[in-house]
Design a protein around this ligand. Structure first.
Ligand SMILES: [Zn+2]
Length: 271
């Protein structure tokens, strides 16, 4: 059985702090059957880290690594010509740099670390980039579903979204909102919170998500799934999320692993 963790920040300094090297993270992946990881960027610095980590460690312990580059809504205030130049230049070289998406991009009104108007502007700029270069994007949305859907609807109606535009990463929106995203062609990303006992919403979202739209992700080093809650999250935990998907959808773990693996490949255009 193979698993694809479609979202893990394995360059995060938290691993170093507890004495865990990237090699250790990847070795544990291999032991758990996790053989593909997409490493997302969320700032200029972390986008560079994602790309260099994918280049440097790809193939270690048989784990294939891919990257994304993009500016998270928290960092929207840092978006300038220099950042856009970096994004363009790296996306133009996406094949050799193993870049498979733009992201994380979107809106976050929970933390409001950048002004909301700036978040919207920077989100739209990167949506334009995704369409211009014909690459999928990784959507981060928190407490901003209304504005986020308004922007996506506008792009959708104007024909400026790809047929399968990207993934609603760590989906925390309502069933209704997720259904609208699915109609626009999005994949829905499920993480640790799916396994949390007090979480009633995400299992409902999953029940209403077609099998060909589900991807699994850890968002490491955050959001550690049950039964390992409390420890630092790692991609080797993604099978716990997959088994929760299998349980809720009433399918075998093998089937859940195979279909989420295929979906991850389709989402990111990996053959
Ligand atoms: Zn993330």
């Amino acid at each position: 059985m193979s698993f694809f963790d479609t979202h893990a920040h394995i360059y995060d300094h938290k691993y170093e702090e507890i004495g865990t090297a990237i090699e250790d993270v990847l070795r544990k992946c291999a032991e758990s059957g996790v053989d593909r990881i997409l490493i997302p960027g969320d700032s200029l610095e972390s986008s560079k880290a994602a790309v260099s980590t994918a280049a440097h460690y790809n193939g270690n312990f048989g784990v294939e690594l891919f990257a994304s580059v993009g500016i998270h809504p928290h960092e929207a205030k840092t978006y300038d010509d220099e950042v856009e130049k970096y994004l363009r230049e790296s996306i133009e070289k996406r094949e050799e740099l193993r870049i498979r998406a733009i992201g994380e991009i979107g809106l976050d009104y929970y933390y409001d670390l950048s002004e909301r108007s700036v978040q919207r502007e920077v989100f739209e700029k990167q949506l334009d980039l995704a369409y211009e270069y014909d690459v999928p994007f990784i959507l981060h949305e928190r407490d901003a579903t209304g504005d986020c859907l308004d922007i996506l609807r506008k792009f959708y109606k104007e024909g400026r979204l790809r047929k399968e535009p990207g993934v609603c990463h760590c989906c925390s929106c309502s069933v209704e909102a997720s259904q609208e995203l699915i109609k626009m062609g999005f994949f829905i990303g499920f993480d640790g919170p799916l396994t949390f006992k007090n979480n009633k919403k995400t299992p409902e979202v999953l029940k209403n998500t077609p099998l060909d739209r589900i991807v699994i992700e850890t968002d490491s080093p955050y959001l550690t799934p049950e039964p390992n809650r409390g420890s630092l999250n790692e991609p080797c935990h993604v099978p716990f999320i997959c088994s929760k998907v299998a349980e809720i959808k009433g399918i075998t773990l093998e089937d859940a692993a195979a279909l989420t693996y295929d979906n991850g490949n389709r989402l990111y255009g990996i053959s």
